[in-house]
Write a protein that binds this ligand. Structure first.
Ligand SMILES: NC(=O)c1ccc[n+]([C@@H]2O[C@H](COP(=O)([O-])OP(=O)(O)OC[C@H]3O[C@@H](n4cnc5c(N)ncnc54)[C@H](OP(=O)(O)O)[C@@H]3O)[C@@H](O)[C@H]2O)c1
Length: 319
């Protein structure tokens, strides 16, 4: 097992992506220090503590991004730090998201420089720090890791999540350069797939809305990726010595409606889908760097089927 004898840290350990990451890290033999906001809330801890290997090798800590030095205790003794924690909401105010994203990331990085044992830091950034600027995306365009979003444009539109993630990524790269940190940033698209935590995160809620006829909070047309691939990409980003810079983690660019319609026809006739949304021919997103890192992608149809099965199993969907 590649992780045997190694200690790593995951911030925001109870989240959708982080829970899968903790699961895969434990499977690979790592000892994992994971942060949650409330150690006394079983919704944040129970699903993690019941993972294989958790009893022996998972340590939970309480840490808030806005508390200076809160991550010292988790990061002490770690070779790798996976920073995933961030408020994720499309309706966040500036105060709710920009501080935790930007100051929170710097808070975690400041803890990393205190301990010489930290060899690499992997940050869960987003496709929104890459593709969001004034120029509309057309089918002939291939978004790749050289693209950067323009936070000023999105500030005017008050899309604070986009602003926060973009500023946080910029601040992280500057801090890493100034302080000699080996940093890798991952930029997933909209994440779907089965969930381990007992509550609904934003993007699983989005799928639930789509299949129950509720007006969804996000557009139908997007860059998608399965949560298991995102978690695996984090591990590759840490384990592959030559990993460096930014990585787009996107499996498919599609209108999700077309995929759900197909699932309704073949597997779930009682799904209540909204009217079809029209969308233009999609732009493309480069997978070259991710694939070179050893990341492969579960098809969106499989990911959505597994999301639906997970929603059924946990009692959120009765079909
Ligand atoms: N899901 C996607 O489609 C997607 C796509 C691209 C990038 N990402 C990025 O992936 C990361 C994880 O997202 P997710 O989808 O897994 O969402 P999630 O389930 O909501 O996870 C976010 C985690 O961050 C924690 N958190 C929030 N505010 C915090 C604070 N002030 N201090 C400490 N922890 C805090 C949350 O704790 P509580 O739950 O207790 O509040 C939760 O554990 C985020 O950085 C997000 O920007 C997500």
């Amino acid at each position: 097992m590649s992780g045997a004898g190694k200690v790593v840290c995951v911030t925001g350990g109870s989240g959708y992506i982080a829970s899968w990451l903790v699961k895969l890290l434990l499977q690979r033999g790592y000892t994992v220090n994971a942060s949650v906001l409330d150690l006394n809330d079983p919704r944040q801890t129970k699903h993690l503590l019941s993972l294989d290997g958790a009893k022996e090798r998972l340590h939970l800590f309480k840490a808030d991004l806005m508390e200076d030095g809160a991550f010292d205790a988790l990061i002490h003794g770690c070779e790798g730090v996976f920073h995933t924690a961030c408020p994720v909401s499309v309706s966040s105010t500036e105060e709710e998201v920009v501080g935790p994203a930007v100051e929170g990331t710097l808070n975690v990085l400041r803890s990393c420089v205190k301990f010489a044992c930290v060899k690499r830091v992997v940050i869960t950034s987003s496709i929104v720090t890459v593709k969001c600027n004034e120029k509309p995306l057309s089918p002939d365009m291939v978004v790749d890791e050289t693209w950067f979003s323009d936070p000023a444009f999105f500030k005017e539109m008050k899309l604070w999540y986009v602003v926060a993630k973009t500023l946080a990524e910029g601040a992280a790269w500057k801090f890493a350069k100034d302080n000699g940190i080996d940093l890798v940033t991952l930029h997933p698209g909209l994440v779907t797939g089965p969930f381990l935590q007992p509550t609904l995160n934003l993007t699983v809620q989005y799928v639930l809305d789509l299949v129950t006829g509720v007006e969804p909070s996000l557009p139908p047309f997007s860059e998608f990726v399965d949560v298991r691939d995102v978690a695996h990409a984090h591990i590759q980003a840490f384990e592959v010595p030559s990993a460096s810079g930014r990585y787009l983690i996107v499996g498919e660019v599609k209108n999700i409606y077309d995929v759900l319609k197909n699932l309704k026809q073949h597997c779930y006739p009682s799904l209540s889908l909204p009217e079809k949304w029209e969308s233009d021919k999609p732009h493309q997103v480069s997978k070259m760097k991710a694939e070179a890192l050893g990341v492969s992608f579960i098809p969106l149809g499989v990911s959505l089927r597994d999301t639906i099965e997970s929603l059924k199993e946990k009692g959120f969907l009765n079909i």
